[in-house]
Design a protein around this ligand. Structure first.
Ligand SMILES: Cc1cc2nc3c(=O)[nH]c(=O)nc-3n(C[C@H](O)[C@H](O)[C@H](O)COP(=O)(O)OP(=O)(O)OC[C@H]3O[C@@H](n4cnc5c(N)ncnc54)[C@H](O)[C@@H]3O)c2cc1C
Length: 437
């Protein structure tokens, strides 16, 4: 097989050396490690198609991989050494920004940051943004339906897609990139591939709707005496202001970030909860009732410093961890009670510590548990009992596969399996992710 693949992509792009493969075989968290037959790096859609045809013919399993920043173990192979990692690193073409439609077409391997730099030069911005922007790719964002800090304003990645090109397991190319905003010609295949986590095909190009670059932004960190008061405060702010972001953290996480990365406290005394809000609208939301204190960024540098306190949480936890991660969402009116119950439930066990932070505006909490005991079933059941979702933004991957039934009905799961069988009858695309292998 490696020789056949080398004939398609060139021998230097079929990596079989174990030392060179290693970074592609371990996920960002370090918790999922596997072994690949080879890492294959096609440069064009045509080459992706030829690689998949070859894999289909030989029954070889394929793990699509973008920036490998996924947090549910979906981007790395198992330890059998029989699957290939199909890296999109060379699918890096970007079209000029189309000013009339406000759209751009990007190769799956383009990183979010590269795309941001590209479109900002034309006065536009990418609606989705998050801390892994330097490595996460457009293909990975679509495959996981990435959320990030601006879902409140613009929605998830799914809402930004106007066209997609993807290669199915048999090598056939689905290409629908014309970019017309109104298009009701049958099934929405882009919507189907979005969030499919590499189980239905390889996304090769995406056409995205852009948003205007804000002329001015106001970022403020609001300090609160409790999580309840912060949630009430957010409701009042939202009623009067269009927010671009509403991110929260609590004292324990802020202290961890400050000590790990040598950052200073923007406030003179500690507070229970912190809400980082940003708006590019005219109104100033930093005078909300019920809060203890506020720090408004007076410059771009101060704005970046406030954002770093929130965005460095994932890395700070990785430095003391690895933590077990639960990316969940809960209806906002039940969030305060959920957080109290889940933290008590986890920390009643000696040696377990629960950190939480997240995208408050979306009811999306990132629970991170440090310590050995695994409380996954109890935590995810509590999420489901509160009417929440066991995966708010990272997907199912391998990590949450056993728990998918908590958020989806048997009829929905049967439909999932029927779609998988129809598009990938040989089961070669990312087996073990979302479904049992
Ligand atoms: C510090 C940090 C912060 C993060 N913050 C957020 C956040 O705020 N919001 C959020 O949603 N996520 C966040 N993530 C998770 C992660 O960055 C996203 O899931 C991202 O979309 C993954 O992109 P990637 O290119 O790294 O994909 P990978 O990790 O390489 O792959 C992720 C999944 O997509 C599949 N895949 C990748 N590329 C393709 C393709 N071209 N075709 C088909 N399938 C493909 C893989 O098989 C895998 O199942 C964060 C991660 C880190 C490390």
């Amino acid at each position: 097989l490696p020789a056949d693949l080398a004939a398609i992509v060139g021998p230097e792009h079929v990596v079989t050396d174990p030392d060179l493969r290693r970074s592609s075989e371990t996920d960002w968290t370090g918790q999922f490690r596997g072994s690949a037959l080879a890492v294959v790096r096609p440069a064009t859609t045509h080459e992706v198609s030829a690689v998949l045809q070859c894999c289909q013919r030989t029954g070889t399993r394929v793990v699509p991989q973008g920036g490998n920043t996924g947090l549910v173990g979906g981007s790395v192979p198992d330890d059998s050494g029989t699957a290939i990692v199909l890296s999109t690193a060379r699918l890096r073409e970007i079209s000029a920004v189309e000013r009339l439609s406000g759209q751009v077409t990007a190769g799956a391997g383009v990183t979010l940051q590269t795309l941001q730099d590209h479109v900002r030069a034309s006065g536009f911005d990418v609606a989705v943004d998050f801390a892994a922007r330097g490595s996460a790719t457009i293909g990975g964002m679509v495959a996981t339906n990435a959320g990030g800090v601006h879902v409140l304003r613009y929605g998830t990645t799914r809402r930004q897609i106007v066209g997609i090109e993807a290669v199915l397991a048999d090598g056939s190319v689905l290409s629908h990139l014309s970019g017309v905003e109104k298009d009701n010609t049958g099934y929405d295949l882009a919507g189907l591939l979005c969030g499919s986590e590499g189980t239905l095909g390889v996304i090769t190009r995406v056409r995205l709707r852009l948003v205007p670059t804000p002329v001015e932004r106001v970022a403020a960190l609001l300090a609160w005496p409790s999580i309840e008061s912060m949630i009430d405060g957010l409701a009042r702010i939202r009623a009067s202001t269009t927010l671009d972001a509403a991110e929260y953290m609590v004292r324990r996480g802020l202290e961890l970030v400050m000590s790990t990365f040598d950052r200073s406290d923007p406030f003179r005394r500690p507070h229970a909860a912190y809400l980082l809000i940003e708006t590019s609208a005219g109104a100033d939301p930093s005078g909300a009732e019920g809060m203890d204190d506020v720090a408004v960024a007076q410059s771009e540098e101060q704005r970046a410093a406030l954002w770093a306190l929130r965005e460095l949480h994932t890395e700070a936890l990785a430095a003391v961890g690895p933590p077990r991660k639960y990316d969940v969402s809960v209806p906002l009116d039940r969030l305060a009670a959920f957080l109290e119950e889940v933290v008590t439930m986890i920390e009643q066990h000696d040696g377990l510590t629960c950190h939480h932070f997240g995208h408050l505006g979306d009811g999306n909490v990132h629970l991170n548990v440090l310590g050995d005991r695994d409380e996954t079933p109890e935590i995810l059941r509590l999420v489901a009992d509160c009417g929440g979702s066991i995966s708010a933004e990272h997907g199912i991957g391998r990590l949450k596969r056993p728990w998918l039934h908590l958020s989806r009905t048997p009829a929905e799961l049967a439909a999932f399996r029927a779609i998988k069988r129809a598009l990938d009858p040989g089961g070669i695309m990312n087996p073990g992710v979302v479904f049992e292998p």
